[in-house]
Ligand binder design. Sequence first.
Ligand SMILES: Cc1cc2nc3c(=O)[nH]c(=O)nc-3n(C[C@H](O)[C@H](O)[C@H](O)COP(=O)(O)O)c2cc1C
Ligand SMILES: [Mn+2]
Length: 531
Amino acid sequence: MAYDDLRQWIAALERAGELKRIRTEVDPILEVTEITDRVSKSVGGRSALLFQNLKGHPGSQLLINQFGSARRMNLALEVEKLDEVAERIRAFMDVKSPQGFLDKVKMLPMLAEMGRFFPKTVSTGPCKEVIKRDNLSLLDFPVLQCWPKDAGRFITLPCVITRDPKTGKRNVGMYRMQIYDERTAGMHWQRQKVGAEHYREMLRRAAAQSMWGQPPSAVPASESRQSSDPARAAVDLMARTSGGSVLVEGVPSGKMEVAVAIGTDPAITFSAIVPAPPDVEEYLIAGFLRQKPVELVKCETVDLEVPASAEIVLEGHVHLDELRTEGPFGDHTGFYSLEDLYPVFHVSCITHRKDPIYATTIVGKPPMEDGWMGKAVERIFLPLMKLTIPELVDINLPIEGVFHNLMIVSIKKSYPGQARKVMNAIWSLGQAMFTKCIVVVDEDVNVQDVGEVTLKVFNHIDPERDIQFTLGPVDSLDHASRLPNYGSKMGIDATRKWPSEGFARPWPDEILMDEKTKALVDKKWKELGIE
Ligand SMILES: Cc1cc2nc3c(=O)[nH]c(=O)nc-3n(C[C@H](O)[C@H](O)[C@H](O)COP(=O)(O)O)c2cc1C
Ligand SMILES: [Mn+2]
């Protein structure tokens, strides 16, 4: 029974006792954050909040903290445990190449099931109840200023939809948007994300078009690699640390179509943060998660499709030759991410439901709502990681490790040096490349128990021997790396060292009481009168 839209999801939250309506007047500037932060940090992340009386926005409603606990994350994906999603993925991947007729017959339901998840385009939907081309303003919505030193108001839970100019495939990514004025906003796709790659591909095309009058596919590779390539100039400029608003000199003006859906059913919202391979459409992932296809409608002013039941849809363009200072913004690292140059989104049309509900989140010091989304990603991706790293037993991204700072993994070690092989595999696996510190332990260590990890890891290592450094891309939010987006990473091999790894000393046993003595004391326990 998939949720068809945000409203069904809100009703389900309310039925489950997981929603609080707030009727007292609250300011979207800072005040919503302070309230939500207290709720996030109380036991169990307490509940989702529906603010119904927002200062300066009479009649508006704002939903926050919808994913902010293990229970709500399970409700969002309609499972008892997230392992069920992992299990469904595993079942899918288990399909062997059919050997005979019977095997082929067995495969049919699986293929039919896959077909059930593809998005469907429908002629219209609730997101078209109100269509505004003129007199529109991003400031109509109760967009938050989250933290005191934020550069302004930020849309924090937008599903940003772009199209790959090469393949025509759509991508949905969650990239925050700083509101500059009624019609413009920042487009914070970090350079390693799929939206940013679509933008660069548009730049390459526009550059090739202006230099050679034809798209890059028609230009000989030797020519397109010339250093005077204006697309390179723009990419290089994006690599700079910061600056004011700039028009990128020498880059042909051009536009890239972008649509943004805010307030979708929870499977779509969640799919926008999932670190999926670039060529897998998130609409399909959402269909898989909710076991029902996503219904899409065409946009009014751009050639993109958006979820038909979205509360709010922003349509518009990113100009290829324009970058603008974005940030600072109080980020999920617990620190402000610094200002940097990002593309600018110009709104051409806003469509929305009647009385739209604005869905948002705040990030800051963990634990917060996004931490629970990250935990869901961790559970769901484990079986996928095992495809390329079969020795993997379990992983833990502790919430205070803010996704990219710390990953603890246990492995079944079968040959010398395997822990280092696993580190390198993780550093080359999609967005796991950002992991600043990877700790590898043997399979007998429970990675979910950070106390046990601390005890065993720091007992087992000879730091100079067991720490591996490497250089590579780091998260844009890393404020300590030597350069933005580029820095070092560290792996700790805390597995037991073998003679074949040059460790000749004996390895001590872990202290464990024998079963006989334990049973004896169990029997006597009451008599001892200690409790
Ligand atoms: C609340 C929230 C806010 C996020 N904001 C950003 C952002 O501003 N920029 C960004 O590049 N990634 C951001 N992310 C992470 C991306 O959504 C995530 O990396 C996603 O996998 C990107 O999708 P893509 O692989 O299709 O590009 C955010 C994630 C969450 C949960
Ligand atoms: Mn994607």
